[in-house]
Write a protein that binds this ligand. Sequence first.
Ligand SMILES: C[S@@+](CC[C@H](N)C(=O)[O-])C[C@H]1O[C@@H](n2cnc3c(N)ncnc32)[C@H](O)[C@@H]1O
Length: 288
Amino acid sequence: MHQPVMVEKVVEFLNVQPDCVYIDATCGTGNHTRAIIEAADGNCKMVCIDKDPRAIERAKEYLRDFSDRIIFINDGFENIEKIFRDAGLDRAHGILFDLGFSFEQISSGEAGFGFKQDGPLDMRFNKNSLITAYDVINRFPKNEIEKIFEEFGEIKDAKKLAHLICMERKNKPFETTREFADFITKHRKSKKTIHPATQVFQAIRIFVNNEIENLKMGLAGAVNVLASGARIVVISYHSIEDRIVKKFMKTNERIKMVTKKVIVPDNLEVVINPRARSAKMRVGEVIN
Ligand SMILES: C[S@@+](CC[C@H](N)C(=O)[O-])C[C@H]1O[C@@H](n2cnc3c(N)ncnc32)[C@H](O)[C@@H]1O
């Protein structure tokens, strides 16, 4: 099961209090939500959002004991203001963004987020999105693939890689995540600790789900649904996201940064949960 990252710090920095309303903007399996409700002695309301309908189903099951305190919403956090308007909700007292994907999503292979399990070249959190990883890899022009790799994967050999992909797909389209990852591995050297296909998969996933624009919209929207003094806690897993979060916290005139330095997991957590290794947390507070 998904191991939540920096749970105690999330609860501490959200400043969880009883009788308040919190938003879990990326509910996933619901681990952080559970910790927040427990920290409020079972006495708070949660708005749990996730773009992936399967995540919402898992969270409903995992959090069934608290179902009377949770509103589940299968939507993107980029629509947070509309979500609040449509549901007639009052301002909330804190929001958590735990970005990226969950263990369940990557390990099921179903949506093709990873390559350890074979799966279709899809990578969409929600099937309503139009473009799949298959489209990017097999149909996009070379220069667009190169741009995606550079911009969202910070891949140095993006040009060469895009060229090789376009040559290979002339013979036969790439069909599965393993097949594509094996091809990348054959043509790419990478640091020992990172699989050669990791950044490539990250780049395509970010593009397919429009993750960068959505994050900017989600953060900007969050300010408008939060009460004065409410905290925004964001956990990101790569530098592209972290830069956006940092800029938002520094430049948004309605946000005061709570901690100047980025918060990271301690060594023990990284040993127990290797996924935590790249996690960075930033915290802001709404000032009016
Ligand atoms: C790291 S997981 C969250 C795990 C969760 N904190 C837990 O402890 O179980 C990230 C989740 O964000 C969801 N997600 C990604 N982009 C989203 C978006 N734009 N709006 C809402 N949810 C999104 C994914 O579907 C995934 O379930």
